[in-house]
Design a binder for this molecule. Structure first.
Ligand SMILES: [Zn+2]
Length: 111
């Protein structure tokens, strides 16, 4: 897959900047937010889905990012974390109710 690098605009002055620039050549704005590599993006999505609390780390790290694609990944991580958390909570409640039902079948074990 070719690494397509689209022209990017400085978030401060709107001047065209070269991807990978650390500072805007027009106004000197610090372009610290580098685009996240596609492999890292996949990692973030998987972590958000499989390890819900850690997805929030990426959400808080990237949702304020100057880089729009990084920002999008931040929001994706946040949404996936919420969806995953709801799913895990729902599953846990289901398992817990199953355990309670199992115990209720043995009155001697319950108080
Ligand atoms: Zn600029």
């Amino acid at each position: 897959m070719p690494d397509i690098q689209l022209p990017t605009m400085c978030p401060k002055c709107g001047g065209v900047i070269t991807p990978g620039d650390i500072f805007c050549s027009h106004c000197g704005y610090a372009l610290v937010a580098q685009p996240i590599h596609i492999g890292q993006q996949i990692n973030i999505i998987l972590i958000s889905l499989l390890l819900p609390p850690f997805g929030l780390v990426y959400f808080f790290k990237y949702f304020k990012s100057e880089n729009s694609s990084n920002k999008r990944i931040g929001y994706i991580a946040g949404v996936l974390t919420i969806v995953s958390t709801i799913f895990v909570t729902w599953t846990t409640i289901g398992v817990w109710q199953g355990i309670q039902q199992t115990f209720s079948q043995y009155p001697s074990l319950s108080y």
